[in-house]
Design a protein around this ligand. Structure first.
Ligand code: ZN
Length: 341
């Protein structure tokens, strides 16, 4: 069973012609509706997160700044992160949607997908950035830790950008394994997310970055993820899984120079189902409306069918760039004290 957590209220985070705008969610929902894909998916209205839920992740100063800034009319928080008068309240709704999705999976559903905005994975403990105000996934994870006492969490983030906020929030935490595949940070925001950023203190070895050069596509992603995800997930043995989904790595997306095609998204959804039968999906980026709509449809179809037939979406032969083969070796060496590949 699968549920979709979404609200028309997200439109009240008004960003005008900014690439992160309500047209993104509308494009996905309208296409799912048109194709009849919402049948047998339970639509759930999110409930806003409480202040105490946000405070497990963010500093009081950060939350207060967002509150006062939006009450005073909003505007640009930095060069690319926008907030409108209602954005703080809608941010709480997006974080609440992530909590709701996590609880739905814990109690009842195989998969639950929080289709919300603003996105969250760049928001750090004390800063909004990269279109993100509140770190939705981190708020949900900490809620599940506290309310249900769950031990180990695994996050797989395939947004085109490194989720620096999520990574930093859990950087010292050995109970949270964050794995991110993203465009080489030398060439894209936020300029972090290199293999050498492995976590710190007790959390060393639990932040695994897979940077890929511009031009990398579905073959490169499959080559790397097949060799890394399974052994790492089997060894880590998470109690709870988050798939942090971004669609900005698609070849039609204007914000990255990656070359993923539509089939990557059902592939990763099938592949993850070989590792876990339950998973929470949290939407991050994706700025080509058509590509997002198509890719979401394909991804949801395989989740609904509980399909583990990833081979249906895998190119018969993987054409892999040499740089990515070298990155795999680098990751295997760097993580050899922690994981055996
Ligand atoms: Zn992104």
């Amino acid at each position: 069973m699968i549920s979709l957590v979404n609200s028309p209220e997200y439109a009240q985070h008004q960003t005008g012609s900014h690439p992160e705008n309500q047209d993104r969610l509308d494009a996905i929902m309208n296409y799912l509706q048109k194709e009849g894909e919402l049948e047998n998916i339970d639509l759930i209205q999110p409930i806003p997160a409480q202040e105490e839920d946000l405070l497990r992740v963010h500093s009081p100063e950060h939350l207060n700044h967002l509150k006062v800034f939006t009450e005073n009319g909003g505007g640009y928080l930095d060069f690319d992160t926008y907030a409108s008068p209602q954005s703080y309240e809608i941010g709480k709704l997006a974080a609440g949607g992530a909590i709701n999705a996590a609880e739905l999976v814990f109690n009842q559903y195989d998969f639950s997908y929080s289709l919300a905005r603003p996105p969250g994975h760049h928001a750090t403990h004390d800063k909004a950035m990269g279109f993100c105000l509140i770190n939705n996934l981190a708020v949900a994870l900490k809620y599940m830790q506290e309310k249900y006492g769950l031990g180990k969490f695994l996050i797989v983030d395939f947004d085109a950008h490194y989720g620096n906020g999520t990574a930093e929030i859990f950087y010292h935490d050995p109970q949270v394994l964050y794995i991110s595949i993203h465009q080489d940070p030398h060439t894209i925001f936020p300029g972090k997310g290199f293999v050498e950023e492995t976590g710190a203190g007790e959390g060393e070895g639990f932040n695994l970055n897979i940077p890929v050069p511009p031009g990398s596509g579905t073959s490169d992603y499959i080559y790397l993820l097949e060799r890394i995800l399974e052994p790492v997930c089997r060894k880590f043995k998470a109690d709870f899984y988050f798939l942090d989904v971004g669609f900005d790595g698609h070849m039609e997306d204007p914000l990255s120079r990656l070359q993923l095609d539509d089939d990557f998204y059902p592939w990763i959804a099938c592949y993850m189902q070989k590792l876990t039968s339950e998973m929470v999906l949290i939407l991050e980026g994706g700025y080509s409306l058509d590509a997002m709509a198509r890719s979401n449809l394909k991804m949801l179809k395989v989740l609904k069918d509980k399909s583990t037939h990833e081979e249906e979406w895998r190119p018969p032969e993987l054409l892999v760039r040499d740089e990515n083969k070298n990155t795999l070796k680098n990751i295997q060496e760097t993580f050899s004290p922690f994981f055996t590949f």
